[in-house]
Design a protein around this ligand. Structure first.
Ligand code: FAD
Ligand code: SF4
Length: 508
């Protein structure tokens, strides 16, 4: 039966069972589309990475003897819309059956379900064979339970997949070694040795530019730093295990203006585009730990495994459990505009300047920069979560809605009212000073709460507690914060409010 098989840009899984069977009557369809480049303004490196990776994947398919229809963004046959392209190809090629792998994003899932209703030919959906859980597994796991604690889901995943387990008990007698993972980086170990991927993406970049796609951020097309093939992804992963994993946990939360990546793996694009699978990332890392050739502490390997086996699968489960209503949640009723400097890094706040500058240069910031610098500031300034989300969804190389949304709207902006996070991730400047080297070079004084030189995070933090008190004081994890707030002098409260107002952008 003549079958059309759709491959979306983030379905680049060479190990999928689709590619093992007879390919004679199958046609694979891949397309670079304005539908995908235009739903938010993306970082140019993100668009380039996806299109490069898709082209490399289509070449791999062709080399295996598969029939491939690949539409470039400037192809005259390209209708720039998924539904229209598929209907057109089905008609032109007299297709008898349409097959696709389940999309990870709700909007694409809906689009394909709508298409199914319109098509008169046979239709079949397959699993992507990428994740360690099904779409519904987290919802089933938490059914009837009061809260959605990631930690309990993580224990379930460790047991279920027998990862870092020893006779049914967690390796080392503890599930989580996060307490030992809060070190500030001081450079004494020397510069972390970053894995080098440098490909030339000039032709993909010119095609995108010539098509008039709007984008943000910078790019060096002759030295593109992101892995866009399976081989490069494996190379980067091995490099991480050899040179960086040994300190991953220790410096996971550390920040430094001169080290954009520190000991992080930079594996998120490869994972999210499915060039590599979470299981092989975990297995490779655990093998390095077991080999013992490089001494890797249990806190380092457990910290890394938790991100992928725990957080990544957890976020996906939360997304599928909560969509479509999740997309509109704004429990704290935040309505202010995202500050303009999020788009050009022009701010005298050194932590924000460096985090946003890195994001514009590399389409990357690590977790704590996303959570405790940009996310923290957006939340403290009570920014509309829709605007915060558009920014996160556009700027990062790994941003796909299923993982971006629960992280941004949920964990970072508390817009789901505490489904993902047990309390808002907010802090004054003192946390930033503790975990980074930003404050020593800042024009603001991290120790002052009020006055012209005072660190803006300080007044914003207290002002947030004052203004959101009614919504948050029932949260027992915030009792301490509110009792400290009550100890402030009245005059200081007035000064805090005045100072905070200077950094709050007008309502949208
Ligand atoms: P490492 O620090 O080396 O971690 C290894 C891997 O663990 C990552 O590649 C990622 O796959 C996984 N991981 C770690 N933390 C998380 C998490 N909280 N949720 C899901 N997976 C996790 N991650 C995305 O993949 N896409 C996003 O759009 C995204 N948006 C985020 C937005 C906000 C506001 C925050 C706070 C976090 C977001 N994250 C997102 C999670 C995390 O910041 C990135 O996965 C990580 O920075 C990617 O860099 P890395 O590969 O070097 O990660
Ligand atoms: Fe950021 Fe405040 Fe430190 Fe400046 S002093 S870098 S604004 S935390």
């Amino acid at each position: 039966m003549k079958t059309l098989r759709l491959l979306l840009g983030d379905q680049l899984n060479q190990k999928h069972s689709w590619f093992r069977g007879n390919q004679e009557d199958k046609i694979y369809f891949m397309a670079e589309m304005r539908q995908e480049t235009d739903y938010v303004v993306h970082h140019i490196q993100k668009i380039v990475a996806f299109f490069e990776a898709m082209q490399i994947f289509s070449e791999w398919l062709k080399n295996r003897g598969c029939n491939v229809i690949y539409y470039r963004i400037d192809d005259k046959n390209n209708k720039q819309n998924l539904t229209k392209n598929i209907e057109d190809i089905i008609r032109k090629h007299k297709i008898e059956k349409f097959e696709y792998q389940l999309p990870d994003e709700y909007r694409l899932d809906q689009q394909l379900l709508q298409l199914e209703k319109r098509l008169s030919i046979e239709f079949q959906a397959y699993d992507t064979e990428h994740f360690l859980t099904t779409r519904k597994e987290l919802a089933d796991f938490f059914q009837g339970k009061k809260s959605l604690l990631m930690e309990s889901f993580y224990h379930y995943m460790r047991k279920k997949h027998d990862i870092l387990m020893n006779n049914g008990k967690p390796e080392g007698g503890k599930w989580n070694f996060d307490q030992s993972n809060r070190k500030k980086w001081n450079g004494k170990l020397g510069k972390p040795k970053q894995g080098k991927i440098t490909s030339n993406v000039t032709s993909t970049l010119s095609r995108i530019k010539n098509s008039g796609v709007n984008s943000i951020g910078e790019i060096d097309p002759e030295n593109f730093i992101w892995p866009t093939s399976r081989e490069e992804s494996i190379k980067l992963l091995r490099h991480f295990c050899k040179y960086l994993l040994a300190h991953f946990g220790d410096f996971q939360d550390a920040m430094d203006p001169d080290e954009a990546f520190l000991y992080h793996s930079r594996i998120s694009f490869s994972l999210n585009s499915k060039l590599i699978s979470p299981k092989e990332v975990i297995d490779t890392a655990i093998k390095s730990w077991e080999d013992g050739k490089i001494p890797i502490g249990l806190n380092q390997i457990e910290g890394f495994v938790r991100q992928i086996l725990g957080w990544r699968e957890y976020m996906r489960g939360v997304y599928w459990m909560s969509m479509p209503s999740y997309e509109h949640q704004n429990k704290l009723k935040n309505k202010n505009n995202l500050p303009d400097f999020f788009w050009d890094a022009k701010t005298s706040m050194n932590c924000l300047h460096n985090t946003i500058r890195n994001s514009l240069e590399n389409a990357y910031a690590h977790h704590i920069q996303r959570l405790m610098i940009t996310g923290n500031f957006a939340l403290l300034t009570q920014t509309d979560p829709d605007q915060v989300e558009s920014w996160y969804l556009g700027i990062y190389i790994d941003a796909i809605q299923w993982v971006e949304m629960p992280n941004t709207r949920g964990m970072s902006q508390f817009a789901d009212g505490g489904l993902v996070a047990t309390k808002p991730y907010i802090s004054s400047g003192s946390y930033i000073n503790k975990m980074s080297n930003y404050c020593s070079d800042c024009i603001y004084d991290v120790k002052q709460r009020t006055g012209e030189k005072a660190c803006p995070f300080n007044s914003l933090y207290w002002n947030f507690l004052i203004e959101k008190r009614k919504m948050l004081e029932g949260n027992h994890r915030m009792t301490m914060m509110f009792s400290l707030l009550d100890k402030l002098e009245k005059s200081e409260v007035t000064a805090i409010k005045k100072r905070a107002k200077q950094f709050m952008t007008k309502k949208s």
